[in-house]
Design a protein around this ligand. Sequence first.
Ligand SMILES: C[S@@+](CC[C@H](N)C(=O)[O-])C[C@H]1O[C@@H](n2cnc3c(N)ncnc32)[C@H](O)[C@@H]1O
Length: 195
Amino acid sequence: MKQVQDHYFKKAKKEGYVARSAFKLEEIDVKHKLIKQGDKIIDLGCYPGSWMQYISKKIGANGIVLGVDRTPLKIQLADNMRFVHGDINELDLSITASFAPSFDLVCSDMAPNTTGNKSVDAARSFQLCQMALLVAQDNLKKKGATLVKIFQGETFDQLLKQMRDEYDKVKIIKPKSSRNESREIFLLGLNLKNK
Ligand SMILES: C[S@@+](CC[C@H](N)C(=O)[O-])C[C@H]1O[C@@H](n2cnc3c(N)ncnc32)[C@H](O)[C@@H]1O
């Protein structure tokens, strides 16, 4: 496994990404054709910025990627990148509307600080996913999509059920580039209902 991680580390360096997380998003995007030219996308938990770098290239000059994180971004912002600094639990969430009237995709790679207690970590990760779903409800256009990362635990089934209620289709995804031992898994909701 270490060799696989070294492979992604080197690949990230070579391709100019600030983190290898970019390859998880790339893998999901290639398989599910999520990101298109001109898309408006919210990227929650965007620091250090590799998802934003990947998205920025794919959406081109007419798209916008709005990153949010409690840690200030250090990467150079391209013309189609915007950044809001803040904790998702404390931000005035209506701020997103000032960047675009509606969005095609909300993605969240947010991860809580881990305590080592699996139930506590999973519950915190679940809470961050709840915030991402809220942002998605408020900002997505009709048929928009949401991608969230969750730490597997007792709360996983609850999140899956909620997303099945809110989206026409929900996919469970474990990218190859995610460490095997990591408890993270992604849920992709396609076609937001009731818009
Ligand atoms: C795994 S990193 C994201 C990596 C990023 N996708 C990339 O490709 O560079 C998780 C991020 O979630 C952010 N985060 C965790 N809790 C948050 C919160 N309550 N509000 C905002 N950001 C949060 C952390 O600051 C951290 O930068």
